[in-house]
Design a protein around this ligand. Structure first.
Ligand code: KG4
Ligand code: ZN
Length: 365
């Protein structure tokens, strides 16, 4: 069973081929290709949806050709075409979904829409080094659009433990970086600058840290960083030296990381589960990994991270989620060419009523 996966929910076009056996055994990544639009959107300080869609259209077929070539496969070898059905930018999603469904129809194969966050949740299974990963686990999903703690009991069985009530962790990184005059996306740039700073230099808020639940709030941090940045500018007569700038970057990163670590620890304690999976772009953050490793060691828990290249959006996680669903008999692929996308789509609603889901496909989201 060869699954082609196409991801196009935001600003990365990702395509991958995964092979799976019906008898179980972990599906295997054969090849993957990715095109990031980050440079294209940089000038605008954020993702421009229309430009994203246009670029996905340009990239998706050449990337598909590249993946098949690298896997030593042909179009005829594809048994199932999976695509990201949501959540994400509507136009961007429609490109991936439209191409996937058209390709499937031309090949007389089924197509399957996958939830983007399910892709992230199951992405550690792409890492051959993560051989010890097993259900159940707690997942910390930290991306530009989401910050959630989930309990994952099996493929398709996800329970939301807590989530952000305002900004996502990646957004907090990006907004703080923007205030400090760093490029887009700001997360990696802020993390690099933070390496040279003192994270205790500025006392920034850690909202909801001791709220007793597993929710997050990051909107206040942006305001606090803006206030400190303005004070530094005023003190410097309109400019800020490198050291205080790095100190503020380090302090902002520490505030975000502190809360993520605190709540992840609490989730492990509350559920009694001793496996934590970290997924999503912010999962690439080195300081977060260091701190989570320390916390997990104290709790005698294991932490699994997808390789940094698989933390951010990619086609491999979509193909893997589709392959795992197919193995478990949870896939409901379609052959009738009908499809929809779901720009807003809660992960917990995923399998609430699969029959109804299938029946609704084809209607606008
Ligand atoms: O999962 P992702 O690629 O896209 C979605 O949002 O779905 O995550 C992107 C987010 C951005 O906010 C980016 O700034 C952040 O992940 N990010 C990082 C790092 N690498 C990516 N944040 C902090 N440290 C990093 N090293
Ligand atoms: Zn993502």
């Amino acid at each position: 069973m060869n699954v082609l996966g196409i991801e196009s929910s935001c600003d990365e076009t990702g395509v991958a081929l995964v092979s799976a056996d019906a008898g179980g055994g972990l599906p295997r990544l054969r090849a993957q290709a990715l095109h990031s639009q980050v440079q294209m959107h940089e000038a605008y300080g954020g993702v421009v949806p229309e430009l994203a869609s246009r670029d996905h259209i340009r990239r998706v077929l050449p990337l598909t050709r590249q993946v098949l070539h690298e896997a030593g496969a042909t179009l005829a070898d594809i048994d199932l075409v999976a695509y990201t059905r949501g959540p994400g930018l509507a136009g961007a999603l429609l490109v991936g979904a439209g191409v996937a469904v058209a390709l499937a129809a031309a090949l007389d194969r089924p197509a399957l829409g996958i939830h983007h966050l399910e892709g992230h949740l199951l992405s550690p299974f792409l890492d051959e080094a993560a051989a010890g990963i097993a259900f159940p686990f707690v997942a910390l999903l930290v991306s530009g659009g989401h910050t959630q703690l989930m309990r994952v009991d099996a493929v398709g069985r996800y329970e939301l433990l807590g989530e952000t009530i305002d900004d996502a962790a990646g957004e907090a990184f990006d907004k703080s970086a923007k205030l400090l005059g760093l490029g887009y996306p700001g997360g990696p740039a802020l993390a690099r600058l933070a390496e040279f700073g003192d994270e205790a230099a500025f006392a920034l808020p850690r909202p909801l840290r001791h709220s007793g639940d597993l929710n997050f709030s990051f909107a206040g941090l942006k305001t606090a960083v803006a206030t400190q940045w303005r004070k530094l500018n005023e003190a410097g007569g309109g400019s800020v030296c490198e050291q205080p700038r790095a100190d503020l970057a380090a302090s902002a990163q520490a505030a975000i990381v502190d809360v993520l670590v605190e709540k992840s620890q609490r989730a492990l304690r509350d559920t009694g589960i001793r496996r934590l999976v970290v997924a999503g772009g912010v999962g690439a953050n080195r300081r977060l990994r260091e701190r989570l490793d320390g916390a997990a060691a104290r709790l005698k828990a294991q932490v699994f991270y997808p390789p940094p290249a698989l933390c951010t959006d990619n086609g491999a996680m979509i193909a893997m989620a589709a392959a795992l669903r197919w193995q478990q008999g949870l896939a409901m692929p379609r052959r009738d060419g009908a499809f929809d996308v779901k720009p807003r789509w809660a992960l917990e609603a995923l399998d609430a009523d699969p029959a109804a889901e299938a029946g609704r496909a084809g209607q606008p989201a």
